[in-house]
Write a protein that binds this ligand. Structure first.
Ligand SMILES: *Cc1c(COP(=O)(O)O)cnc(C)c1O
Length: 378
């Protein structure tokens, strides 16, 4: 059932649904099985399930839903990193050059530096704000795949997907976009020319901080088959409970994003007015370096911001004086969180650099609580 003509709220609930069957539940229950009965028929006769590493009904329902939001065919993975690994290794091998963001998610940079290089892949790292120029200047010549991360995590820089995709397609390079920060409702890389859109569904797509999931979607049947083969053989398939939880959770994606974005808009104004804060980034705030491109390329805002406080002690004081902002990593969940990125070791950011993830609490409560905490820095 196509949901393309509906709005984000309807699509979040109804994407991928099968036609209603009297007596059946509105949302199918999880099917817990490793092997399925074969009976007297050969495996997978008439599409029957046989073994859950490769096929199972709960995963199919979840993938249908996410794929519909992405505008492609989706394959779900146990984590976002499993999805990213599959996106690269299903398409590139020894001797291939792969371009990764040098300012992207730290585990993705480590995947490139510590793992992909061991397989003979030539990894080139380019900062997100420079990738469009890099591509226009012929940097993608001889490249097998370029991975974009936009907005980048944690610094929230945005790059022009359509421009990079056009340059990549002109030289036969594949384009994958890590769409985690935006979510499939916030940005549709496949319609902008990307071959693959990848997400950590641990973040806003599921949004309750209680499950690890990732996915890759594509409109290209051949790439889908390669990725499916890679997942079948390497085994990073999520279990049915995670898939069911993911499907249940994404029903509220539109509502959560709307509240998170409204909270972020208010929090951005508060942070901008505080003398304790520098380097505020929120791509949807007029004046942000990413504003014009985000407004053109993206479909809607979300709740992730970043900024800098004086130092590590200032971040501790802020968190100590707050009742609603939890010290925690990850983002896109229903709880508001603050993460001091330098403590993880991977990001080239200042000791006082923080990523804020606005949850779905009341805007007035979050702003009042953060105002009190900021006052503790005076
Ligand atoms: C969290 C994240 C990942 C990794 O996802 P996991 O589900 O933790 O494996 C990849 N990319 C980005 C941008 C992320 O924020």
């Amino acid at each position: 059932m196509s949901t393309a003509s509906w709005g984000d709220g309807t699509r979040s609930v109804r994407a991928g649904e099968q036609p209603a069957v009297p007596g059946a539940p509105l949302r199918p229950s999880p099917v817990f099985a490793a092997p399925f009965h074969l009976g007297d028929r050969p495996p997978r006769a008439d599409g029957a399930d046989a073994y859950a590493r490769t096929e199972q009904p709960t995963l199919r329902d979840f993938e249908a839903a996410v794929g519909e939001l992405d505008g492609g065919r989706c394959l779900s993975f146990a984590t976002g990193m499993a999805a990213l690994t599959a996106a690269v290794l299903a398409c590139a091998g020894s001797g291939d050059r792969v371009v990764l963001p040098s300012d992207g998610y730290y585990a993705t940079r480590l995947l490139g530096a510590e793992e992909l290089t061991r397989f003979g892949i030539d990894v080139v790292q380019v900062p997100t704000p420079e990738i469009e120029r890099f591509a226009a200047d012929g940097g993608l010549d001889g490249v097998r795949m370029v991975l974009l991360e936009t907005p980048s995590n944690p610094q929230l820089d945005v790059c022009d997907i359509a421009a990079v995709a056009a340059a990549a397609r002109a030289v036969g390079a594949l384009v994958a976009v890590d769409n985690t920060t935006a979510t499939p409702l916030g940005q549709r890389p496949l319609t902008l020319g990307a071959h693959l859109t990848v997400g950590s569904d641990t973040k806003a797509l599921t949004g309750h901080s209680d499950v690890l999931l990732g996915h890759v979607s594509t409109t290209d049947d051949e790439l889908h088959a390669r990725l499916k083969g890679f997942r079948d053989r390497t085994g990073a398939t999520p279990g049915p409970f995670e898939a069911w939880l993911g499907h249940r959770s994404m029903s509220t994606l539109d509502l959560r994003l709307a509240r998170q974005a409204a909270n972020a808009a208010a929090v951005a104004e508060l942070l901008a007015s505080s003398p304790a804060v520098t380097g505020l980034r929120w791509p949807w705030r007029a004046g942000d370096p990413s504003f014009a491109l985000a407004a053109r390329q993206m479909l809607r805002p979300n709740g992730v911001l970043s900024c800098e406080l004086a130092d590590e002690a200032a971040v501790s004081r802020l968190l100590g004086a707050s009742r609603l902002w939890a010290a925690a990593t990850s983002f896109g969940g229903v709880h508001s969180t603050i993460d001091r990125r330098a403590q993880w070791g991977g990001d080239a950011v200042a000791p006082g650099f923080v990523r804020l993830s606005c949850g779905i609490e009341d805007t007035a409560d979050l702003v009042a609580d953060l105002s009190v905490a900021l006052a503790a820095l005076d």
